[in-house]
Design a protein around this ligand. Structure first.
Ligand code: UFG
Length: 334
């Protein structure tokens, strides 16, 4: 089974590529390397001993995507390509809407033109917004997003749902990611943020590496057990395996289905800091800071639906996430 993996050189996409190969499937990567590096393809070869075909294209460009479908018998698409920096999306919303929506529309048009019926989309728990009480379940309302990045995820979900409603041959799986962290255990692929990291785990690993002086903990007066924000951290390899399960589901169903990819467990900022310290024997200097605009107190997944319908569950521990994330940071060029 050939799978077009857009954004396949990125943090999430590269781990999906490994798990597709582990499952005996054939990924074909499309990436413009705007937020990733071509050497990821060599690293994927080092991990899997397979040369993954890679097209350096912008996924919004119809002729380029058409060529991929013409040169390969694509059975399904996993669509990860997209801009993802929350802060940048606030200052440059049009860039986010243009890129994230255009790539999706082109993929949908080209799937139709070439008779490809299955798509798995990288969505986000951010679409649940701030008005629900965790655990967030797939039947809860969505769309109340606090930033343009989140809105692109929600709008794309709606576009895909409408497409599947109109075309009964289409199968759409929307995967709502919680907080993917960690890295492949080889230490060869992982998350490489541009500049100062926005997300907690890369900030912790860069602080451990001495690249950052100290971590700012954004808020310690939330209604949570220790006052710091609670999230559902999921090992990137578990998350990637969720895509293999979603592909199998998509191949046997029509219409749209939504699944959370999370562990169902909430961890506070300070708990993650201490888990990292314990797993790796390194102290993380931190100080308390103001709340960050747009953050909610508590976010974790309801996992029952994915367990029941995809037969998938996250298996790795917080310790695995901290250990593997740190191994990657140490291998990463500063
Ligand atoms: N945090 C800090 N200090 C930092 C960075 C983060 O205290 O330097 C805190 C945040 O306030 C929050 C927690 O750590 O409580 C997690 O923050 P992240 O930025 O790592 O993750 P978010 O939950 O804010 O956002 C992530 C993804 C988004 C996605 C969202 C879905 O980055 O793309 O999850 O819930 F939309």
């Amino acid at each position: 089974m050939s799978v077009l993996l857009t954004g396949g050189a990125g943090f999430i996409g590269s781990h999906i590529a490994v798990e597709l190969i582990n499952a005996g499937l054939d990924p074909i990567i499309a990436d413009d390397f705007s937020n990733s590096s071509p050497d990821v393809i060599d690293r994927l070869y080092a991990i899997t001993s397979k040369r993954i075909p890679c097209y350096e294209i912008n996924v919004a460009d119809a002729p380029s995507v058409s060529r991929i479908f013409e040169e390969n018998a694509i059975d399904a698409v996993i669509h990860c390509a997209g801009f993802k920096a929350v802060g940048e999306s606030v200052s440059e919303p049009v860039k986010y809407y243009r890129n994230n929506l255009d790539t999706t529309l082109t993929i949908l048009e080209q799937m139709k033109a070439h008779g490809c019926e299955n798509i798995v989309f990288s969505s986000s728990a951010t679409v649940y917004g701030g008005s629900h009480t965790a655990p967030f379940t797939e039947d809860m309302s969505a769309g109340d997003c606090t930033n343009p990045y989140g809105k692109t995820k929600y709008f794309i979900e709606e576009i895909l749902k409408d497409a599947a409603f109109a075309d009964k041959s289409l199968s759409v799986v929307l995967l709502r990611y919680f907080n993917p962290i960690g890295a492949h255990e080889s230490g060869l692929i992982g998350e490489k943020p541009n500049g100062i990291p926005n997300n907690l785990m890369p900030y912790i690993t860069q602080t451990a590496a001495g690249i950052r002086k100290e971590l700012s903990v954004f808020g310690n007066d939330y209604p949570t057990p220790d006052g710091t924000g609670v999230r559902d951290y999921i090992h990137i390899v578990d998350l990637a395996r969720g895509h293999v399960a979603a592909l199998k589901y998509a191949a046997n169903h029509k219409g749209t289905e939504i699944f959370n990819l999370g562990t169902g467990k909430g961890t506070s900022v300070l708990e993650l800091v201490h888990a990292f310290e314990q797993a790796n024997g390194i102290k993380i200097p931190y100080r308390m800071a103001e709340r960050r605009a747009g953050d909610i107190a508590t976010c974790y997944a309801g996992t029952e639906k994915a367990a029941r319908m995809l037969n998938w569950r996250a298996e790795k521990t917080l310790q695995d996430m901290c250990r593997d994330g740190w191994r990657w940071q140490q291998n990463c060029v500063k």
